[in-house]
Write a protein that binds this ligand. Structure first.
Ligand SMILES: NC(=O)c1ccc[n+]([C@@H]2O[C@H](COP(=O)([O-])OP(=O)(O)OC[C@H]3O[C@@H](n4cnc5c(N)ncnc54)[C@H](O)[C@@H]3O)[C@@H](O)[C@H]2O)c1
Length: 357
């Protein structure tokens, strides 16, 4: 079957990637969606069960750092668009093992950029109708004070953690490929996402699961750090709009206009889980345990996404109360998914399945 476009989505078995893959597969039957993922601990194909047999979907287990393989995939599938989400994404892991973050996030991005450039430059139409869209984070901007200021697209980069330093570096490489070779690139920097299918090392799914099991809720420092939260499907929708209508070489910030102090967010999660489990209000507050703060913990992140709203008409569709209710319900209703992830069963299952492919 001849498709109108062949789009490579990297990291599509992860949290945000799986929502982006689902949206593109369902919304664009005329596109071939090629999901390339290494299936690290964070990649789980169970996140895509509902679309895995779609006629316009192909999964490839591969490492973005494997340049020769990436070159082959570009040629074989005639890739004309890239939405790049594959990354090591957990700040705490980056503090323990920065090498893996530099390898995947910097070298992996460079390998994709170079494969796209060499493949596209060799075609008669070159970069025409091509697009390389890199998904990044607001953490590259560093930290804000409690003074009401927001990160804009002009805020200078000041990453503090090995994770954000590696993402900042990959953002620079993407822009350098536009400035040096004229590659049609776009970068977006998004705030914290929440919603279904997030690996339970991240705050929201970890705490929902711990409350359900009566386990401690470790809160860094005094829980004073502030993050801006966006429902993951709203992020996926922004990616769709920007992929199609965003200006080449431009940057867009994506955020929820939804700042929460960690401790206040945790109390909302406790309240919601307790209510849905039929516990007395406040029952699980006893599980809060303050632990030594994360090294270099950025105080506050907050995004100004007005440019995206003004230029492309995107804004978050879900109120936080609605989003958190949906999210808590999803994790409570999907115990099997959670148990497979926490026990590591999913890794064995899918890695064996793709071992010799
Ligand atoms: N989660 C957030 O709140 C957030 C916010 C802003 C930006 N981002 C960015 O969005 C992207 C996706 O984040 P996420 O939270 O879904 O991450 P995730 O950790 O859930 O998923 C990452 C995916 O990338 C895959 N991967 C890792 N290394 C790979 C490699 N070498 N080759 C191929 N695949 C590889 C993993 O298997 C996994 O499926 C990342 O680039 C992240 O920096 C995340």
């Amino acid at each position: 079957m001849k498709f109108k476009r062949n789009i490579l989505i990297t990291g599509g078995a992860g949290f945000i990637g799986s929502h982006v893959v689902r949206l593109f597969v369902n919304q664009y039957p005329e596109y071939h969606i090629i999901n390339l993922d290494k299936l690290t601990y964070a990649g789980n194909l169970a996140n895509l069960k509902d679309i895995e047999n779609a006629a316009n979907y192909t999964f490839i287990k591969a490492d973005i750092c494997d340049f020769n393989k990436i070159m082959d995939i570009f040629k074989q599938y005639q890739i004309d668009g890239v939405i790049h989400l594959a990354a090591e994404s957990h700040v705490d892991r980056s503090i323990k093992d920065p090498f893996t973050f530099a390898q995947t996030n910097i070298m992996g991005t460079l390998s994709l950029l170079q494969a796209a450039k060499l493949t596209w430059e060799s075609l008669p139409e070159k970069f025409e109708n091509k697009r390389f869209y890199h998904i990044s984070t607001d953490e590259v901007y560093g930290a804000l004070k409690f003074d009401g200021t927001l990160f804009t697209e002009e805020t200078k980069y000041q990453p503090h953690s090995p994770y954000s330093a590696s993402k900042a570096s990959s953002d620079h490489f993407v822009r350098a490929f536009h400035d040096t070779y004229g590659m049609p690139t776009i970068v977006t920097n998004c705030s914290n996402n929440y919603g279904p299918y997030q690996f339970p090392e991240k705050l929201i799914p970890l705490f929902i699961n711990n409350i359900r099991r009566g386990k401690e809720l470790p809160v860094y420092g005094k829980g004073e750090n502030v993050r801006d939260w966006l429902y993951v499907e709203d992020h996926a929708r922004a990616i769709d709009i920007i992929f199609h209508k965003g200006k080449i070489a431009d940057t867009y910030n994506i955020g929820g206009f939804n700042e929460w102090k960690n401790i206040d967010l945790i109390k909302v999660i406790i309240k919601t889980v307790d209510r849905l489990l039929g516990n007395l209000e406040g029952y699980s507050l006893r599980l809060i345990t303050y632990v030594t703060d994360r090294k270099g913990h950025d105080l506050r992140y907050a995004i100004d996404s007005n440019k995206l709203k003004k230029e492309l008409g995107w804004e978050p569709s879900l109120q936080f109360e609605e989003g958190i209710e949906k999210t808590v319900k999803w994790y409570l209703d999907n115990q099997e998914w959670m148990e497979n992830v926490t026990s590591g069963e999913y890794l064995k299952y899918y890695q064996e399945m793709y071992e010799n492919k």
